[in-house]
Design a protein around this ligand. Structure first.
Ligand code: HH2
Length: 307
């Protein structure tokens, strides 16, 4: 799993000790599972603080829904939603804040307001995105999406979804590095639900470990998504257990970061999964490895980053 460091501004996130949690803060009226809940500025700030109290290692602030079929939001409106929230959170929480945006202008303003990570679901499609990230020394998430949110779920097709997503991410890593972004500032994400059928999502999750070969921190965002609803025939409001199952799988497969809405229960799930994943199965006579021996290395709420 290990030892990977993800540099984001002046902070270094240690991705090798335990699975990190990116808490979702959607400052939108229309996000698929929590649209409208945190459009109010004070409610958004309070929720961000609550997620950090619950153990979030990163708070991901977004002002544009990218759910299937959604229309883009003008940059000014997106910035207006997220900037005051980022500014307030940056002075109130000790963890890095990421801006979930496809627009370089929004990313630039968010980085100036205190964010240190850009979570770009379009993987740098905006030609100004890589220069903005490089100049700020920010961390960057490169996510795979087939097409754009408006049309991505209309008959997505791949010959080999795992190979194609991996090749795409490798290509974007190369372009980002050519643009001058240091490799240890880059993180990759297969983009669960972004231009993928149920089968595509399941194949990507099943073969998640193949993406570790890219050599960068691996982020996965299964939270409350449609594939869970399809498998369990449940609405967004009842997908916590399904999300927990997906997160447990991702962590066991070596994902470094999971992007979730429900921070507290997912941190509890990961406390157990990480302990099992990191236990030394080879030393079965080890006196301290019994069921009452307490948490293994890195399973507590210890800080995951250093300045
Ligand atoms: N998923 C969503 C948004 N941003 N970013 C990354 N890196 N990975 C993801 O899987 C991902 C993402 C969609 O989820 P959500 O933010 O809850 O919904 P909406 O786009 O409707 O706001």
């Amino acid at each position: 799993m290990g030892g990977l460091i993800w540099r984001c501004g002046d902070l270094s996130l240690d991705c090798g000790q335990r699975t990190l949690v990116m808490g979702i803060l959607n400052v939108t009226p229309d996000s698929f599972s929590d649209g409208g809940r945190y459009l109010d500025r004070e409610a958004a700030i309070a929720h961000g603080i609550r997620m950090v109290d619950e153990g979030a290692d990163i708070v991901d602030v977004g002002g544009e829904s990218t759910r299937p079929g959604s229309d883009p939001v003008p940059a000014e409106q997106e910035a207006e939603r997220v900037l005051p929230v980022i500014e307030a959170l940056a002075s109130k929480v000790p963890v890095p804040i990421s801006i979930d945006t496809r627009k370089a202008s929004v990313a630039k303003a968010a980085l100036a307001a205190g964010a240190t990570i850009v979570n770009d679901v379009a993987a740098g499609a905006d030609p100004d995105m890589f220069p903005v990230v490089r100049e700020a020394g920010a961390g960057l998430v490169l996510m795979h999406m087939l097409g754009d949110p408006k049309t991505m779920q209309i008959e997505p097709r791949y010959d080999d979804v795992v190979a194609e997503v991996k090749a795409f991410l490798r290509g974007r890593l190369e372009v980002a590095e050519l643009a001058g972004i240091e490799p240890d500032r880059l993180c990759v994400d297969p983009g669960i639900g972004f231009g993928k059928t149920l089968e595509h999502n399941l194949a990507l999750l099943h073969h998640l470990d193949e993406l570790l070969e890219l050599g960068r921190p691996l982020l996965v965002g299964p939270s409350r998504k449609r594939f869970i609803g399809t498998l369990l025939d449940l609405p967004e409001t009842e997908r916590l257990e399904g999300t927990a199952g997906a997160v447990a799988w991702c962590a066991a497969k070596g994902a470094h970061i999971v992007r979730v809405h429900d921070v507290l229960p997912i941190r509890r799930v990961l406390g157990v999964v990480d302990a099992i994943a990191r236990s030394d199965a080879g030393s079965r006579s080890d006196a301290g490895s019994g069921p009452d021996a307490g948490p293994g290395p890195g399973t507590g709420t210890s800080s995951s980053f250093s300045a």
